[in-house]
Ligand binder design. Structure first.
Ligand code: HEC
Ligand code: HEC
Length: 267
């Protein structure tokens, strides 16, 4: 049996990972504006943890991907000259995670803008990392608001992808029964949960493990994916895919995106 209580932590873990560019396509949020104006806010030093004068440390001090908070950023790289930075690729991963914490077009309703904002100014009551913005007039807050506001809200409201049962039965269900290099199949461990022999029974359970239109938020795809490729940090089972470029992973992702239908399983 799978422990159900892990759901919240898992969704948080899933929110962080992604295929470059997909948040931009879905939400209208601008990546270049994000990289040039939003990301520096996460790195900016605001003092450190230590007495005698503890300030608020930089967001990234608490919000790397090891932290299991809703905001999981990549670990920073060290340059030869002592600088710290994120590569563009890392920024794209961060962009996905951060995008999941905002409501395009609606700064006042965006978690990213509310946690560090004082409650008196419309923020949430509590944030473990403290309140760094006293007012919505704070230039940092305004920068974030500009990023969120200019995203088209209608783009975000596009209908969810429709995930095809025929393709599941013909092409996805068999994956659960294929032996991987570890010598194990998914059904070895998950026969009672979602890898039942009967495709219809399996389909019902698998629906819980995918999020239409969002391969990288779909536990079925992310749990057995290697963590270096964005997969979940822990899976007691096997790592079936080493990268998101794996042809089988790509097939599943296209299916979750509603792009694969019918019984043609060609990769
Ligand atoms: C001292 C550590 C620390 C610092 C610094 C910090 N945070 Fe956090 N933050 C946390 C922790 C822990 C959580 C999860 C628990 C909570 O919500 O307080 C969190 C939660 C959040 C959330 C999610 C809130 C939600 O809706 O669930 C956001 C967004 C966030 N922080 C943004 C920021 C930003 C932006 C900064 C920098 C301006 C920052 N944090 C600085 C520790 C920190
Ligand atoms: C050796 C046994 C084993 C194998 C083989 C295995 N898993 Fe798992 N899997 C587990 C265990 C144990 C858990 C629960 C603990 C955890 O999350 O690691 C789990 C959890 C999961 C979850 C999370 C379920 C949930 O409700 O959140 C998914 C999805 C999953 N596995 C998919 C797969 C897929 C797909 C395969 C085949 C590619 C597979 N597993 C192969 C043991 C296995």
């Amino acid at each position: 049996m799978l422990p159900r209580a892990r759901g919240a932590a898992l969704s948080a873990a899933l929110a962080m990972v992604a295929v470059a560019g997909s948040a931009q396509a879905q939400s209208g949020l601008d990546f270049d504006f994000y990289r040039n104006n939003v990301e520096p806010i996460f790195i900016r030093s605001r003092g450190d943890f230590l007495p005698p004068d503890p300030g608020d440390p930089a967001c990234v001090m608490c919000h790397t991907w090891q932290s299991s908070t809703p905001l999981m950023l990549e670990s920073l790289e060290d340059g030869a000259d002592g600088s710290i930075f994120w590569s563009e690729e890392q920024s794209r991963i961060n962009f996905e995670a951060v995008s999941a914490l905002v409501t395009p077009g609606d700064p006042q309703n965006s978690r990213l803008l509310l946690a560090p904002l004082s409650a008196a100014a419309g923020g949430t009551p509590l944030h473990t990392g403290g309140k760094v913005w006293d007012s919505q007039d704070d230039p940092e807050w305004q920068t974030l608001a500009q990023w969120v506001r200019t995203a088209s809200a209608s783009a975000a409201a596009e209908p969810a992808a429709s995930v095809d049962y025929e393709f599941f039965r013909a092409c996805v269900h068999p994956v659960l029964f294929q032996v991987t290099e570890s010598g194990l199949t998914c059904t070895n461990c998950h026969v009672a949960e979602f890898a039942q022999a009967d495709p219809e029974e399996s389909w019902i359970a698998v629906n819980r493990l995918i999020e239409p239109g969002h391969p990288t938020r779909s536990r079925l795809l992310m749990h057995p994916l290697h963590p270096d490729a964005g997969g979940d940090y822990v899976h007691n089972g096997v790592r079936r895919w080493r990268t998101q470029n794996d042809a089988e992973w790509q097939m599943l992702a296209a299916w979750v995106n509603g792009e694969r239908t019918g019984t043609d399983c060609r990769r």
